[in-house]
Design a protein. Structure first.
Length: 163
C-alpha cells in the first residue's frame, strides 16, 4: 500500500500543473539551522547585494531557482575592483550596459551558494519584494548557505515561509 501511494505521488509530481513546492532555504552553513525560507517558483530570481570590499561600490548578484538547484545568473556593478571580472572569458560574458553598469553573465548551475555575512559589506537579500539584511539572520562572520529544497515546508515553518 505504501509503495502504491509513493508511486502515485511521483506520478502526480511529474504531471503538468502539479509539482512539489520549491523552497529556498537559507541555513547557517556551520550548523544547518534554518534561518529563512521562501516558497519559490521554477525560474524565480533573487538578488544578493553587497559593497565591494576594496572599491566600496555596490555589487548585485542575481540567482535563479531551477528545480533542485540554483543558477548563478550573473552580476551588475559600476566599477572594476579586485576579484571582479575585467573581460569576457569562457566562464562568462562582460558587457557595458546602456545605463553605464558592467554586466557579468554566467548562467552557472550550482547546488548551493555560501556567503559569509560581512561586517561592513551590508549583504542584503532582495526576495519577494523585500530587502533582508543578512546581518538580521546571523551574526557577521557566520556562513549562510542558500539552496533549493524539493520537500514540503518544514512543519515548524508553516505559515512563516515568505510567499
Amino acid at each position: 500500500m505504501i509503495g502504491a501511494v509513493a508511486a502515485a505521488g511521483l506520478v502526480l509530481a511529474g504531471s503538468p500543473g502539479w509539482s512539489l513546492p520549491l523552497i529556498l532555504e537559507v541555513t547557517r552553513a556551520d550548523s544547518d539551522q534554518l534561518v529563512l525560507c521562501a516558497e519559490m517558483a521554477a525560474g524565480e530570481e533573487f538578488v544578493l547585494s553587497f559593497l565591494h570590499s576594496v572599491n566600496r561600490r555596490p555589487v548585485y548578484e542575481t540567482l535563479r531557482v531551477a528545480g533542485d538547484h540554483l543558477v548563478i545568473v550573473g552580476a551588475r556593478f559600476d566599477s572594476l575592483g579586485a576579484g571582479m571580472p575585467e573581460a569576457s572569458t569562457e566562464q562568462g560574458t562582460l558587457r557595458w550596459t546602456d545605463d553605464g553598469w558592467l554586466e557579468w553573465t554566467v548562467n552557472r548551475p550550482v547546488p548551493e551558494v555560501v556567503i559569509r555575512v560581512g561586517r561592513v559589506a551590508n549583504h542584503t537579500l532582495a526576495l519577494k519584494g523585500r530587502a533582508i539584511p543578512l546581518a538580521t539572520l546571523a551574526d557577521p562572520g557566520t556562513p549562510l548557505a542558500f539552496r533549493v529544497s524539493l520537500r514540503t515546508i518544514p512543519s515548524d515553518w508553516k505559515g512563516r515561509c515568505l510567499r
